[in-house]
Design a protein around this ligand. Structure first.
Ligand SMILES: [Zn+2]
Ligand SMILES: [Zn+2]
Length: 390
């Protein structure tokens, strides 16, 4: 069974919306134009609109036919990445240093397609909350909306989100019950040394050598401290120090990310990072400051809602192409925080993208817009059915 026909009929319009958003990318909490377009479209379709939830977040409220009081949340992220696009597409980014390299322009468009369809048909009994979230890319947009009272103002009994997946093929969809994506910390480590001439290291407390020691020592945490049966990653992704060939700098900075699936492992890694840095600071007689920030929770899909997604997917794509088990993903997703508050499920919609997410050459295939929109729409119609007497 295919996409919903009526949504398929919007395909050209959805593609136009998506390409316009793509050409005008905005990073986290700066989605002013994007959220304005979302709010205008929702209003145009007769959906009640609330703006400014968690900064630039938008929530649309739509009641269906009947008197049911069950509520479903559907969430799309709106932000782009602070990076250059490297494609020759006609609709490529017009903003330097801004790029929809994760396809959130597509997610926003899919949810708009669902909103229009449900507003026109209202073939469901209950309330749908369309949640357009800012700042998914590590800036805490989900937490900002929740802190702003998202689920008090717009209570949800269950909640759904999706992501495009260029690693899957067009026509495939994956949904995995249970823990599916890692929790993540970001960290900054600063070595406060003492600078001197490059020719007289004896007069310095060289933070570069100490940074290298810290970098090596941190790699023992996953390999030597974490239980080998538990997945974990510690990556140093930035090293900054110095500006001249003959100057030992006074300071060096390391930064990076930690990924793991359990609170115990995350706590262990943080404790070992602090202990190693304190030990090296003592050994080299310098100060080392360590700032570790919890950015993403572990994403846990509820059994019941994941089963529902699986069953709906079998009506939207070929049943044999619904994938229900996959290796754990060390990537993170801040929809995890919404799933901690409300049971729900997060799924991946495959497409024939040429390169991975976050690559400068990433291309979202517009052919999946009606698939994502149909998935959300059928989830609502399936989970909030209109009864004969409604
Ligand atoms: Zn991303
Ligand atoms: Zn993303």
């Amino acid at each position: 069974m295919p996409n919903i026909d009526r949504i398929e009929g919007y395909a050209d319009e959805l593609t136009a919306i998506r390409r316009d958003l793509h050409a005008h990318p905005e990073i986290g909490f700066e989605e002013v134009r994007t959220s304005g377009i979302v709010a205008d479209k929702l209003t145009q379709w007769g959906i009640e609109v609330h703006r400014g939830i968690g900064g630039t977040g938008v929530v649309g409220v739509l009641k269906g036919n009947g008197s049911g009081d069950k509520r479903i949340g559907l969430r799309a992220d709106m932000d782009a990445l602070p990076m250059e696009e490297n494609t020759n597409l006609e609709w490529r980014s017009t903003v330097p240093g801004r790029f929809h390299g994760c396809g959130h322009d597509g997610h926003t468009t899919m949810l708009l397609g669902t909103a229009r369809y449900l507003a026109e048909t209202r073939n469901f009994d209950g309330t749908v909350h369309f949640i357009f979230q800012p700042a998914e890319e590590g800036l805490g947009g989900a937490r900002a909306m929740i802190k702003d009272g998202l689920f008090e103002k717009f209570p949800c009994d269950e909640i759904y989100g999706l992501h495009n997946a260029p690693n899957l093929k067009h026509g495939e969809l994956a949904v995995v019950a249970g823990a599916a994506m890692a929790g993540a910390d970001f960290f900054d480590i600063t070595i406060h040394g003492y600078g001197a001439h490059g020719a007289t290291p004896n007069n310095a407390k060289d933070p570069v050598v100490i940074a290298m020691t810290v970098g090596q020592a941190l790699q023992t945490i996953v390999s030597r401290n974490v239980n080998p049966t538990e997945p974990a990653v510690l990556s140093i992704t930035q090293i900054h120090a110095g500006s001249a060939y003959n100057v030992i700098p006074g300071e060096a900075k390391l930064a990076g990310t930690v990924r793991a699936f359990s609170d115990e492992v995350r706590t262990l890694i943080r404790a070992r990072m602090r202990a190693i840095c304190a030990g090296i600071a003592s050994a080299f007689e310098v100060e080392i400051s360590v700032d570790i920030r919890d950015i993403f929770s572990v994403l846990v899909n509820s059994e019941e809602q994941s089963k529902a997604v699986e069953e709906v997917a079998r009506t939207v794509i070929e049943p044999g192409k619904v994938i229900t088990s996959s290796p754990l993903k060390m990537g993170s997703e801040d929809f995890a925080d919404m799933l901690h508050a409300v049971p729900g499920s997060y799924f991946w919609v495959g497409h024939d993208g040429s390169v991975p997410l976050h690559n400068p050459g990433f291309i979202l295939d517009d052919k999946i817009l009606p698939i994502g929109a149909s998935m959300f729409a059928r989830i609502v119609e399936t989970r909030l059915p209109v009864t004969a007497h409604a």
